[in-house]
Design a protein around this ligand. Structure first.
Ligand code: NAP
Length: 335
Protein backbone atom coordinates (compact mmCIF):
# COMPACT_ATOMS: atom_id res chain seq x y z
CA UNK A 1 0.00 0.00 0.00
CA UNK A 2 2.80 2.43 0.82
CA UNK A 3 4.19 2.02 -2.72
CA UNK A 4 0.84 2.76 -4.24
CA UNK A 5 0.43 5.86 -2.12
CA UNK A 6 3.88 7.09 -3.04
CA UNK A 7 3.14 6.61 -6.74
CA UNK A 8 -0.27 8.20 -6.48
CA UNK A 9 1.23 11.34 -5.05
CA UNK A 10 4.49 11.42 -6.98
CA UNK A 11 3.19 14.47 -8.87
CA UNK A 12 4.09 16.48 -5.81
CA UNK A 13 7.66 16.19 -6.98
CA UNK A 14 9.20 16.64 -3.55
CA UNK A 15 10.90 13.76 -1.81
CA UNK A 16 9.81 15.29 1.46
CA UNK A 17 6.15 15.44 0.47
CA UNK A 18 6.27 11.95 -0.98
CA UNK A 19 7.89 10.60 2.16
CA UNK A 20 5.28 12.25 4.35
CA UNK A 21 2.43 10.94 2.26
CA UNK A 22 3.84 7.44 2.13
CA UNK A 23 3.56 7.35 5.89
CA UNK A 24 0.11 8.88 5.94
CA UNK A 25 -2.69 6.54 6.96
CA UNK A 26 -5.32 5.74 4.38
CA UNK A 27 -7.86 7.79 6.27
CA UNK A 28 -5.81 10.94 5.53
CA UNK A 29 -6.59 10.71 1.80
CA UNK A 30 -9.29 12.87 0.26
CA UNK A 31 -12.62 11.08 0.55
CA UNK A 32 -13.53 9.12 -2.53
CA UNK A 33 -9.93 9.03 -3.73
CA UNK A 34 -9.52 6.29 -6.30
CA UNK A 35 -7.47 3.56 -4.66
CA UNK A 36 -9.59 0.64 -5.75
CA UNK A 37 -10.50 -0.33 -2.23
CA UNK A 38 -12.58 2.75 -1.48
CA UNK A 39 -16.02 3.43 -2.89
CA UNK A 40 -15.92 6.18 -5.44
CA UNK A 41 -18.07 9.17 -4.60
CA UNK A 42 -20.69 7.43 -2.52
CA UNK A 43 -23.61 9.75 -2.26
CA UNK A 44 -23.29 11.00 1.27
CA UNK A 45 -23.98 14.51 2.43
CA UNK A 46 -20.33 15.06 3.32
CA UNK A 47 -18.85 14.51 -0.14
CA UNK A 48 -21.43 15.68 -2.62
CA UNK A 49 -20.10 18.03 -5.31
CA UNK A 50 -18.88 21.04 -3.34
CA UNK A 51 -20.62 24.39 -3.81
CA UNK A 52 -17.58 25.83 -5.62
CA UNK A 53 -17.49 22.97 -8.16
CA UNK A 54 -17.57 23.86 -11.83
CA UNK A 55 -20.32 22.58 -14.12
CA UNK A 56 -17.84 20.10 -15.62
CA UNK A 57 -17.13 18.67 -12.18
CA UNK A 58 -20.83 18.42 -11.43
CA UNK A 59 -21.80 16.66 -14.69
CA UNK A 60 -20.32 13.22 -14.08
CA UNK A 61 -18.45 12.40 -10.95
CA UNK A 62 -18.91 8.64 -11.24
CA UNK A 63 -15.55 7.85 -12.87
CA UNK A 64 -13.40 10.96 -12.70
CA UNK A 65 -11.48 11.91 -9.60
CA UNK A 66 -10.41 15.54 -9.96
CA UNK A 67 -6.70 16.07 -9.44
CA UNK A 68 -5.33 18.25 -6.66
CA UNK A 69 -5.42 21.97 -7.50
CA UNK A 70 -2.50 22.93 -9.73
CA UNK A 71 -2.06 19.40 -11.06
CA UNK A 72 -3.37 18.55 -14.51
CA UNK A 73 -2.88 15.78 -17.01
CA UNK A 74 -4.04 18.22 -19.70
CA UNK A 75 -1.45 20.95 -19.17
CA UNK A 76 2.16 20.58 -18.13
CA UNK A 77 3.75 23.17 -15.90
CA UNK A 78 7.53 23.50 -16.18
CA UNK A 79 9.58 22.29 -13.23
CA UNK A 80 12.14 24.61 -11.67
CA UNK A 81 13.97 21.84 -9.81
CA UNK A 82 17.73 22.14 -10.09
CA UNK A 83 17.70 25.82 -11.07
CA UNK A 84 19.54 28.46 -9.07
CA UNK A 85 17.32 31.29 -7.81
CA UNK A 86 18.42 34.57 -6.24
CA UNK A 87 15.84 36.29 -4.03
CA UNK A 88 16.46 39.77 -2.65
CA UNK A 89 14.70 40.75 0.57
CA UNK A 90 14.46 37.10 1.64
CA UNK A 91 14.75 37.92 5.35
CA UNK A 92 11.01 38.47 5.72
CA UNK A 93 7.57 38.58 4.11
CA UNK A 94 7.18 37.86 0.42
CA UNK A 95 10.88 37.17 -0.16
CA UNK A 96 11.06 34.62 2.62
CA UNK A 97 7.86 32.87 1.50
CA UNK A 98 9.20 32.74 -2.06
CA UNK A 99 12.45 31.19 -0.86
CA UNK A 100 10.45 28.52 0.98
CA UNK A 101 8.33 27.66 -2.07
CA UNK A 102 11.31 27.53 -4.42
CA UNK A 103 13.19 25.36 -1.93
CA UNK A 104 10.23 22.98 -1.81
CA UNK A 105 10.31 22.85 -5.61
CA UNK A 106 13.97 21.84 -5.63
CA UNK A 107 15.83 25.06 -6.49
CA UNK A 108 19.25 25.99 -5.19
CA UNK A 109 18.95 29.39 -3.53
CA UNK A 110 20.92 32.56 -3.06
CA UNK A 111 19.10 34.59 -0.43
CA UNK A 112 20.03 38.23 0.09
CA UNK A 113 19.06 40.96 2.56
CA UNK A 114 20.70 43.17 5.16
CA UNK A 115 19.68 41.04 8.17
CA UNK A 116 22.05 38.12 7.66
CA UNK A 117 21.06 36.40 10.94
CA UNK A 118 17.55 35.87 9.56
CA UNK A 119 18.93 34.50 6.30
CA UNK A 120 21.12 32.05 8.20
CA UNK A 121 18.11 30.82 10.19
CA UNK A 122 16.12 30.46 6.96
CA UNK A 123 18.94 28.53 5.27
CA UNK A 124 19.15 26.14 8.20
CA UNK A 125 15.40 25.50 8.07
CA UNK A 126 15.34 24.95 4.31
CA UNK A 127 18.30 22.59 4.47
CA UNK A 128 16.51 20.60 7.17
CA UNK A 129 13.05 20.61 5.57
CA UNK A 130 13.96 20.12 1.92
CA UNK A 131 17.69 19.43 1.74
CA UNK A 132 18.09 22.76 -0.07
CA UNK A 133 21.53 24.19 -0.83
CA UNK A 134 21.35 27.83 0.26
CA UNK A 135 23.96 30.58 0.00
CA UNK A 136 23.28 33.61 2.23
CA UNK A 137 24.48 37.07 1.26
CA UNK A 138 24.40 40.14 3.50
CA UNK A 139 23.48 42.65 0.84
CA UNK A 140 22.11 46.17 0.73
CA UNK A 141 20.67 46.44 -2.78
CA UNK A 142 21.33 50.19 -2.74
CA UNK A 143 25.07 49.44 -2.71
CA UNK A 144 25.57 49.25 -6.46
CA UNK A 145 29.21 48.14 -6.24
CA UNK A 146 28.27 45.24 -3.97
CA UNK A 147 25.45 44.22 -6.31
CA UNK A 148 27.59 44.44 -9.44
CA UNK A 149 30.38 42.34 -7.94
CA UNK A 150 28.03 39.68 -6.57
CA UNK A 151 27.88 37.41 -9.66
CA UNK A 152 31.65 36.89 -9.61
CA UNK A 153 31.70 36.39 -5.83
CA UNK A 154 29.14 33.61 -5.69
CA UNK A 155 30.50 30.12 -4.97
CA UNK A 156 30.74 27.91 -8.08
CA UNK A 157 27.62 25.95 -7.08
CA UNK A 158 25.54 29.13 -7.21
CA UNK A 159 26.99 31.02 -10.18
CA UNK A 160 24.34 29.89 -12.69
CA UNK A 161 21.53 32.11 -11.39
CA UNK A 162 18.62 31.69 -13.79
CA UNK A 163 15.83 33.07 -11.58
CA UNK A 164 16.09 36.54 -10.07
CA UNK A 165 13.30 37.73 -7.77
CA UNK A 166 13.76 41.47 -7.26
CA UNK A 167 11.70 41.74 -4.11
CA UNK A 168 13.73 43.90 -1.67
CA UNK A 169 12.14 47.24 -0.96
CA UNK A 170 9.27 48.95 0.77
CA UNK A 171 7.62 52.24 1.66
CA UNK A 172 8.61 54.86 4.23
CA UNK A 173 6.00 57.23 5.62
CA UNK A 174 2.77 58.64 4.20
CA UNK A 175 3.87 62.23 3.68
CA UNK A 176 2.22 64.55 1.19
CA UNK A 177 4.36 65.89 -1.64
CA UNK A 178 4.53 69.18 0.26
CA UNK A 179 6.06 67.43 3.24
CA UNK A 180 8.22 64.62 1.86
CA UNK A 181 11.19 63.69 4.04
CA UNK A 182 14.06 63.71 1.56
CA UNK A 183 15.96 60.98 3.43
CA UNK A 184 12.95 58.66 3.09
CA UNK A 185 12.68 59.63 -0.57
CA UNK A 186 16.29 58.61 -1.19
CA UNK A 187 15.87 55.28 0.62
CA UNK A 188 12.78 54.39 -1.42
CA UNK A 189 14.22 55.45 -4.76
CA UNK A 190 17.51 53.68 -4.09
CA UNK A 191 16.07 50.37 -2.85
CA UNK A 192 12.91 50.08 -4.96
CA UNK A 193 14.27 51.41 -8.23
CA UNK A 194 18.07 51.54 -8.33
CA UNK A 195 18.34 48.21 -6.49
CA UNK A 196 16.11 46.44 -9.01
CA UNK A 197 17.90 47.97 -11.97
CA UNK A 198 21.32 47.08 -10.51
CA UNK A 199 20.40 43.46 -9.71
CA UNK A 200 18.97 43.04 -13.20
CA UNK A 201 22.11 44.59 -14.71
CA UNK A 202 24.31 42.27 -12.67
CA UNK A 203 22.51 38.98 -13.37
CA UNK A 204 20.70 39.28 -16.71
CA UNK A 205 23.84 39.04 -18.92
CA UNK A 206 24.60 35.58 -17.48
CA UNK A 207 21.02 34.51 -18.12
CA UNK A 208 21.15 35.65 -21.73
CA UNK A 209 24.56 34.01 -22.21
CA UNK A 210 23.34 30.68 -20.80
CA UNK A 211 20.01 30.95 -22.67
CA UNK A 212 17.94 30.51 -19.53
CA UNK A 213 16.54 33.22 -17.29
CA UNK A 214 13.55 34.77 -15.62
CA UNK A 215 13.47 38.06 -13.74
CA UNK A 216 10.49 38.67 -11.46
CA UNK A 217 10.10 42.22 -10.19
CA UNK A 218 7.83 42.82 -7.22
CA UNK A 219 5.83 45.90 -8.07
CA UNK A 220 2.54 46.92 -6.42
CA UNK A 221 -0.97 48.21 -6.98
CA UNK A 222 0.82 51.46 -6.09
CA UNK A 223 2.54 51.28 -9.46
CA UNK A 224 -0.79 51.31 -11.26
CA UNK A 225 -3.01 53.46 -9.07
CA UNK A 226 -1.33 56.45 -7.49
CA UNK A 227 -2.69 57.59 -4.14
CA UNK A 228 -2.20 60.69 -1.97
CA UNK A 229 0.28 60.13 0.84
CA UNK A 230 2.19 57.66 -1.31
CA UNK A 231 3.55 59.83 -4.10
CA UNK A 232 7.13 58.59 -3.83
CA UNK A 233 6.36 54.92 -3.20
CA UNK A 234 3.87 55.01 -6.10
CA UNK A 235 6.51 56.67 -8.29
CA UNK A 236 9.04 53.94 -7.48
CA UNK A 237 6.63 51.14 -8.37
CA UNK A 238 5.47 52.94 -11.52
CA UNK A 239 9.16 53.14 -12.42
CA UNK A 240 9.46 49.39 -11.90
CA UNK A 241 6.53 48.80 -14.22
CA UNK A 242 8.15 50.96 -16.90
CA UNK A 243 11.51 49.25 -16.34
CA UNK A 244 9.93 45.80 -16.59
CA UNK A 245 7.95 46.72 -19.71
CA UNK A 246 10.95 48.21 -21.52
CA UNK A 247 13.30 45.41 -20.40
CA UNK A 248 10.92 42.90 -21.97
CA UNK A 249 11.59 44.64 -25.28
CA UNK A 250 15.33 44.33 -24.67
CA UNK A 251 14.97 40.62 -23.88
CA UNK A 252 12.24 39.48 -26.26
CA UNK A 253 14.69 38.06 -28.78
CA UNK A 254 16.23 35.84 -26.09
CA UNK A 255 14.70 32.89 -24.17
CA UNK A 256 14.69 35.05 -21.03
CA UNK A 257 11.46 36.28 -19.48
CA UNK A 258 10.58 39.22 -17.26
CA UNK A 259 7.47 39.47 -15.10
CA UNK A 260 6.10 41.94 -12.62
CA UNK A 261 3.91 40.87 -9.72
CA UNK A 262 1.75 43.67 -8.34
CA UNK A 263 0.07 42.92 -5.01
CA UNK A 264 -2.56 44.86 -3.12
CA UNK A 265 -2.58 44.64 0.69
CA UNK A 266 -0.28 41.89 2.00
CA UNK A 267 0.20 41.41 5.73
CA UNK A 268 3.98 41.40 6.18
CA UNK A 269 6.44 43.70 7.95
CA UNK A 270 5.75 46.21 5.15
CA UNK A 271 3.35 48.42 7.18
CA UNK A 272 5.52 48.27 10.32
CA UNK A 273 8.46 49.49 8.24
CA UNK A 274 6.31 52.16 6.58
CA UNK A 275 5.22 53.48 10.00
CA UNK A 276 8.78 53.20 11.33
CA UNK A 277 8.05 50.61 14.00
CA UNK A 278 4.62 51.89 15.11
CA UNK A 279 2.86 48.52 15.28
CA UNK A 280 -0.51 50.03 16.27
CA UNK A 281 -0.62 52.07 13.08
CA UNK A 282 0.58 49.05 11.13
CA UNK A 283 -2.15 46.79 12.57
CA UNK A 284 -4.79 49.39 11.71
CA UNK A 285 -3.88 49.04 8.04
CA UNK A 286 -5.24 45.49 8.04
CA UNK A 287 -7.90 45.85 10.76
CA UNK A 288 -11.35 44.45 10.01
CA UNK A 289 -10.62 43.54 6.40
CA UNK A 290 -13.48 41.28 5.27
CA UNK A 291 -13.60 37.93 3.49
CA UNK A 292 -10.44 36.38 4.82
CA UNK A 293 -8.51 39.57 5.47
CA UNK A 294 -5.41 40.80 3.68
CA UNK A 295 -3.25 38.65 1.44
CA UNK A 296 -0.43 36.77 3.10
CA UNK A 297 3.15 36.50 1.85
CA UNK A 298 2.53 32.92 0.69
CA UNK A 299 -0.18 34.16 -1.70
CA UNK A 300 2.34 36.32 -3.53
CA UNK A 301 4.96 33.57 -3.45
CA UNK A 302 2.36 31.41 -5.17
CA UNK A 303 1.89 34.04 -7.90
CA UNK A 304 5.65 34.13 -8.39
CA UNK A 305 5.82 30.33 -8.60
CA UNK A 306 2.97 30.39 -11.13
CA UNK A 307 4.88 32.78 -13.40
CA UNK A 308 8.11 30.79 -13.02
CA UNK A 309 6.56 27.42 -13.82
CA UNK A 310 4.81 28.25 -17.09
CA UNK A 311 6.15 26.46 -20.17
CA UNK A 312 9.02 28.12 -22.04
CA UNK A 313 6.71 29.68 -24.64
CA UNK A 314 4.57 31.45 -22.00
CA UNK A 315 5.67 34.76 -20.50
CA UNK A 316 3.47 36.15 -17.77
CA UNK A 317 3.85 39.93 -18.07
CA UNK A 318 2.11 41.13 -14.92
CA UNK A 319 0.11 39.62 -12.12
CA UNK A 320 -2.13 42.13 -10.34
CA UNK A 321 -3.57 40.54 -7.22
CA UNK A 322 -5.86 41.88 -4.49
CA UNK A 323 -7.40 40.45 -1.37
CA UNK A 324 -11.08 39.66 -2.03
CA UNK A 325 -12.20 42.72 -0.02
CA UNK A 326 -10.05 45.14 -2.05
CA UNK A 327 -11.18 46.93 -5.23
CA UNK A 328 -8.54 49.64 -5.61
CA UNK A 329 -5.56 51.03 -3.75
CA UNK A 330 -7.74 52.52 -1.01
CA UNK A 331 -11.13 50.81 -1.49
CA UNK A 332 -11.30 48.12 1.18
CA UNK A 333 -14.41 46.44 2.60
CA UNK A 334 -14.07 46.27 6.38
CA UNK A 335 -16.23 44.97 9.23
P1 NAP B 1 8.81 43.15 4.33
O1 NAP B 1 8.30 42.02 5.13
O2 NAP B 1 9.11 44.43 5.02
O3 NAP B 1 10.08 42.66 3.50
C1 NAP B 1 10.94 43.57 2.84
C2 NAP B 1 12.24 42.86 2.55
O4 NAP B 1 13.07 43.74 1.78
C3 NAP B 1 12.99 42.49 3.79
O5 NAP B 1 13.51 41.19 3.64
C4 NAP B 1 14.12 43.49 3.85
O6 NAP B 1 15.26 42.87 4.44
C5 NAP B 1 14.36 43.74 2.37
N1 NAP B 1 15.00 45.03 2.10
C6 NAP B 1 14.52 46.25 2.28
N2 NAP B 1 15.42 47.17 1.93
C7 NAP B 1 16.51 46.49 1.51
C8 NAP B 1 17.79 46.87 1.04
N3 NAP B 1 18.14 48.16 0.91
N4 NAP B 1 18.66 45.91 0.69
C9 NAP B 1 18.34 44.61 0.81
N5 NAP B 1 17.16 44.18 1.27
C10 NAP B 1 16.26 45.11 1.62
O7 NAP B 1 7.73 43.55 3.20
P2 NAP B 1 7.12 42.72 1.98
O8 NAP B 1 5.69 43.05 1.93
O9 NAP B 1 7.53 41.32 2.00
O10 NAP B 1 7.80 43.50 0.77
C11 NAP B 1 8.44 42.87 -0.31
C12 NAP B 1 8.16 43.66 -1.58
O11 NAP B 1 6.75 43.65 -1.83
C13 NAP B 1 8.56 45.12 -1.54
O12 NAP B 1 9.18 45.46 -2.75
C14 NAP B 1 7.23 45.86 -1.38
O13 NAP B 1 7.28 47.14 -1.92
C15 NAP B 1 6.33 44.95 -2.18
N6 NAP B 1 4.90 45.07 -1.89
C16 NAP B 1 4.42 44.83 -0.65
C17 NAP B 1 3.04 44.97 -0.42
C18 NAP B 1 2.44 44.75 0.94
O14 NAP B 1 1.28 45.16 1.16
N7 NAP B 1 3.13 44.11 1.85
C19 NAP B 1 2.18 45.33 -1.46
C20 NAP B 1 2.71 45.53 -2.71
C21 NAP B 1 4.06 45.39 -2.93
P3 NAP B 1 16.34 43.56 5.40
O15 NAP B 1 15.63 44.60 6.19
O16 NAP B 1 16.86 42.41 6.21
O17 NAP B 1 17.38 44.10 4.47
Amino acid sequence: MSLLLARTFSFLGSTQSTRTLRLAPLTALPRGHHLGTTRRHPSTASNRVPPFATRAMASDTSTHVPPAPGVSKLYAAEPVAGRCALITGASSGIGQATAERLAELGCRLVVAARRKDRLDALAEKLAKDFGTKVHCVALDVTDVDAVMSLPSQLPDDFKDVSILVNNAGGALGTAKCTENNMDDVSVMLDANVKGVIACTRAFSPGMVERGCGHVVNISSIAGVEWYGGGSVYCATKAAINAFTYASRKDLHDTPCKITSVSPGFVNTEFATVRFKGDTTKAENVYAGMKYGGPLIAEDIADNIVYALTRPGRVQVCDVLVYPTCQASAKEIARE
